[in-house]
Design a protein around this ligand. Structure first.
Ligand SMILES: [Zn+2]
Length: 121
C-alpha cells in the first residue's frame, strides 16, 4: 500500500510542537486565523510561517516519504533551501539558518522577537 504523505507530515508538525525544524518559529496549519494576533505579528509576516512538509533528503536525491525523512518546516525556510541551485543537506542548512538567526538576520524583527525566548541549539 502506498504511504500517505499527509500523515507523516502532520505527525512531524505535532512531534515538533508546531515549530519549524530549521528556525524554531511557531507555524500555522490550514488557515492563519488568529495566528498573527496571538503572536503579535502582521498578516504578511505570518505568511512565511505557514507550515510545510519538508523532505530531509529530497525525493530527487532518493529520499522517501517515510516519517524519518519528513520534518515540518516553515514556508520561508523551505523555499529558501530549495531556491538554491544545489540545495545543501538538511543538517548543513539548519546550522546555517541557526547562525543567521543568532545574527538576527533570518526573519523580520517581529519573528526574531518571537524567537527571543526560544532556546536555539
Ligand atoms: Zn523556519
Amino acid at each position: 500500500m502506498p504511504q500517505s504523505l499527509t500523515k507523516p507530515r502532520l505527525a512531524a508538525f505535532h512531534r515538533q510542537g508546531g515549530r519549524c525544524y530549521y528556525c524554531g518559529a511557531p507555524m500555522w496549519l490550514g488557515r492563519p486565523d488568529k495566528f498573527p494576533d496571538r503572536y503579535g505579528i502582521s498578516v504578511g509576516v505570518a505568511a512565511r510561517l505557514q507550515y510545510t512538509g519538508e523532505h530531509l533528503v529530497a525525493r530527487q536525491d532518493g529520499g522517501d516519504c517515510s516519517p524519518a525523512n519528513i520534518v515540518a518546516a516553515c514556508w520561508f525556510c523551505n523555499q529558501k533551501r530549495h531556491s538554491r541551485k544545489c540545495p545543501p543537506s538538511a543538517e548543513v542548512y539548519r546550522q546555517k539558518v541557526l547562525g543567521r538567526l543568532r545574527q538576527g538576520k533570518w526573519h523580520p524583527p517581529e519573528i526574531h522577537r518571537l524567537l527571543g525566548r526560544a532556546t536555539l541549539k
